[in-house]
Design a protein around this ligand. Structure first.
Ligand SMILES: C[S@@+](CC[C@H](N)C(=O)[O-])C[C@H]1O[C@@H](n2cnc3c(N)ncnc32)[C@H](O)[C@@H]1O
Length: 220
C-alpha cells in the first residue's frame, strides 16, 4: 500500500506541475488496468463510516433522487441504490466510470463521466440527496472553496447532503495529500445555505488513527 500511495503522490505532483490538478485520477485508474488493489481508496465495499452513519439513522431512499460525487468504482452509489434511492453518480475519470458500469450493470444506477467544475446544467439544485466521500480532500487546498461551492450546487431545496472526509483540527496545517478537512473548511457549506444536522467524528484503523468526519446537512 505504501508503494501505491507513493505512486499517487508522484502522479498528483506530476499533473499539478502541469497545472492539471485533476488529470492524475484518470492516469491512476488507467494504470491500475482493472486491478482495484492499485487504487488506494477502492475496496469494492461502500465506505464504512458512511455505512455506520446510514445504519444509525436508518437511512432510506423512498425513491428519492441521489447524486454521488466523485463516485470512483461506484460502491457507495450501489449502497444508496440498495437503500431505495434513484441514483446518479459521476466521476471525472472515464476509466473509473466504465469500470463502475461493469461492476454494477445489474442495477439501473446512471453513471456519467463529468467534471464537478463543469457539470450538466440540469443537475443544479436537482437532487434530494447528495453524497460526497473523499473528493474534496485530494484536490489542492487552493481549490477547496470552489470544490465545496460546486458540491453545494447539486442539492435541491430541503435536500440532504452527507460529506465524509478525513478530519483535522482547525489550526493544524495539512502537510500531505490527502489534505484533511477542518471544521472551518466545512463552514463553507453553511455559507452555501446548508444547516448542519449531524456531525460525527469516527476514528479509522490507521496507525496512528486518523479522524473521519461524517456530516449531514439540509439545504434551506
Ligand atoms: C479519493 S477518490 C474517492 C472515490 C470514491 N468517492 C471513494 O470514496 O471510493 C476521489 C474521486 O474523485 C474523482 N474526482 C476528482 N476530481 C473530480 C472532479 N473535478 N469532478 C469529478 N470527479 C472528480 C476522482 O476521479 C476519484 O474517483
Amino acid at each position: 500500500m505504501d508503494e501505491i500511495r507513493e505512486r499517487v503522490k508522484q502522479l498528483a505532483a506530476e499533473f499539478g506541475g502541469k497545472d492539471d490538478p485533476t488529470g492524475w485520477f484518470e492516469a491512476l485508474y488507467r494504470e491500475a488496468a482493472g486491478d482495484h488493489g492499485r487504487i488506494p481508496w477502492a475496496d469494492l465495499e461502500p465506505n464504512r463510516f458512511f455505512v455506520e452513519y446510514a445504519e444509525k439513522i436508518g437511512l432510506k431512499g423512498d425513491d428519492r433522487t441521489a447524486l454521488v460525487v466523485g463516485c470512483g468504482l461506484g460502491d457507495d452509489a450501489r449502497y444508496l441504490y440498495e437503500r431505495g434511492f434513484r441514483v446518479t453518480a459521476f466521476d471525472i475519470s472515464p476509466t473509473a466510470i466504465e469500470w463502475a458500469r461493469r461492476l454494477h450493470r445489474d442495477t439501473d444506477i446512471r453513471f456519467f463521466t463529468a467534471d464537478l467544475f463543469d457539470p450538466p446544467k440540469e443537475w443544479f439544485g436537482a437532487f434530494e440527496f447528495v453524497l460526497e466521500i473523499y473528493t474534496i480532500q485530494p484536490l489542492p487546498l487552493g481549490l477547496r472553496p470552489r470544490v465545496i461551492d460546486a458540491i453545494a450546487n447539486f442539492a435541491a431545496l430541503d435536500g440532504r447532503l452527507v460529506v465524509v472526509a478525513r478530519g483535522r483540527p482547525d489550526d493544524d496545517e495539512p502537510t500531505e495529500l490527502p489534505w484533511p478537512l477542518s471544521r472551518r473548511d466545512l463552514a463553507r457549506f453553511a455559507e452555501n445555505g446548508f444547516r448542519e444536522l449531524a456531525f460525527e467524528e469516527m476514528l479509522d484503523d490507521e496507525d496512528p488513527p486518523v479522524p473521519r468526519f461524517v456530516v449531514e446537512y439540509r439545504k434551506y
